[in-house]
Design a protein around this ligand. Structure first.
Ligand code: NDP
Length: 399
């Protein structure tokens, strides 16, 4: 039976990889967490299963017809009391709901921006997995966190690791707190050792077969191109008030060190653990306490060695493109993100080769003027414009 200290959680993107890991952690702590709302886009059967198992107060699905189907199935399953809504309005409502104190933002891509911002603007504890939201709207997003007194906890394992290694107070410039640099680790993805010539023929299934992490298809492709690390570099700049020059990307193929913080006195603090997203999710849910996450204890004798290498940006140009977009500022990261989402979907649909992902993103950025990202309207407008441009360049094969 939930007690008065039970945290009520909205889980945006419940049917995804992060969503499932979050459900797993919550299932282990039934007294501490109660699911208020769960959302999905198209996976109605999976959402139905979650509703039957967890009995949330509310559920949100993409379309009206899927919502109707879900209501009917829930009635038949004896859970007609779950309030089902649909579309963006439904997502915004469950992000803002007064009953909720914690929102896990685990929708993939730009679609997560408005519901995540709604949670921030309602002063919630926001567990941020949806890195694309922060990449698109960086300054506006962080200003909203401060203005509305939201608590922002990074769930991306690297940022979660950095958060754990930083002093509790770290806003206002890293050097003020004795931090000299952030070391962002990268597994290198499945093609780290592949010769460039072989990358042209990579298939979506090969790109999605990550050596260490089990993730959704979009982020798996981003890991394979290293755009994921580029998006994470931008994310880290906003989260930790850092410049791109303060962030060093370190390829660490074992994915045991999840990232590090270097201090002025020469100390380097690392956060380690098995590559399992339940660790950062549990940290975000329970912060500043710690809870069981169901993760295997780290066996250093079995791992026996940890390797570190410098990234090769000539073979993985997405990392450079992301750093340049952050340096350009304004709407450039939103353009990068939009073009990348179009390119990755085209690759997954087998309309674009693996190496063309970076070429299409590069061409979209080159054909775009950077504007000041001074309002959400500007950011959303740039997102839509960059998608159209990337689609056109893709159609014309001019990249
Ligand atoms: P998945 O693709 O596995 O899941 C995405 C979730 O978002 C699903 O619930 C999906 O619903 C929902 N969704 C997709 N499109 C929309 C839309 N237009 N409107 C509303 N909901 C939508 O993604 P992941 O769980 O892998 O990733 C989620 C986020 O977390 C991403 O931003 C990713 O970068 C980040 N992340 C993921 C990690 C991982 O290990 N997977 C690690 C670190 C960060 P449906 O099932 O119906 O399509």
């Amino acid at each position: 039976m939930p007690s008065s200290s039970t945290r009520k959680v909205t889980l945006l993107g419940a049917t995804g990889s992060i969503g499932r890991s979050t459900l797993d952690v919550i299932a282990q702590q039934p007294d501490a967490y109660e699911l208020y709302a769960v959302t999905a886009h198209r996976s109605r059967e999976a959402l139905l299963d979650i509703c039957l198992r967890f009995a949330p107060t509310r559920a949100v699905i993409g379309t009206e017809s899927d919502a109707e189907w879900l209501r009917m199935q829930l009635r038949e399953g004896g859970r007609g009391d779950v309030d089902v809504s649909h579309g963006e309005a439904g997502l915004l409502e469950v992000s803002r709901a007064a009953e909720v104190d914690t929102v896990m933002a685990a929708i993939i891509g730009a679609a997560g921006l408005l519901p995540t911002l709604a949670a921030v603007e309602s002063g919630k504890r926001v567990l941020l997995a949806n890195k694309e939201a922060l990449v698109m709207s960086g300054g506006l997003f962080m200003d909203a966190v401060t203005r509305h007194g939201a608590t922002l906890l990074p769930i991306d394992s690297e940022h979660n690791a950095i958060y754990q290694c930083l002093p509790m107070q770290h806003r206002g410039g890293l050097s003020r707190h004795g931090v000299s640099r952030l070391l962002l680790t990268a597994s290198g993805g499945p093609f780290w050792k592949w010769p460039l010539a072989e990358l042209e023929a990579v298939t979506p299934d090969q790109a999605c077969a990550h050596p260490n992490w089990s993730m959704g298809r979009k982020i798996s492709v981003d890991s394979a191109t290293m755009m994921n690390k580029g998006l994470e570099l931008i994310e880290a700049c906003w989260l930790f008030d850092a410049t791109p020059a303060q962030i060093e990307v370190v390829v660490h193929p074992q994915s045991i060190v999840h990232s590090m913080v270097g201090y002025a006195d020469g100390s380097v603090l690392a956060q380690m653990g098995n590559p399992d997203m339940r660790t950062p999710i549990a940290y975000g849910l329970s912060w500043p306490s710690r809870i069981e996450a169901g993760v295997e204890p780290l066996d250093l004798f079995a791992i026996s060695r940890l390797d570190f290498e410098a990234p090769d940006e000539s073979r993985f140009p997405c990392l450079r493109l992301a750093r340049e977009a952050m340096q350009a500022g304004g709407t450039a990261p939103a353009t990068l993100n939009a073009a990348n989402e179009i390119a990755v979907q085209a690759f997954l649909d087998e309309k674009l080769s693996f190496l063309d992902i970076a070429r299409l993103v590069d061409a979209t950025l080159a054909a775009t003027e950077v504007r000041a990202a001074d309002s959400l309207d500007v950011v959303l407008c740039e997102d839509a414009r960059a998608r159209q441009l990337a689609e056109r360049l893709l159609h014309q094969r001019s990249f």
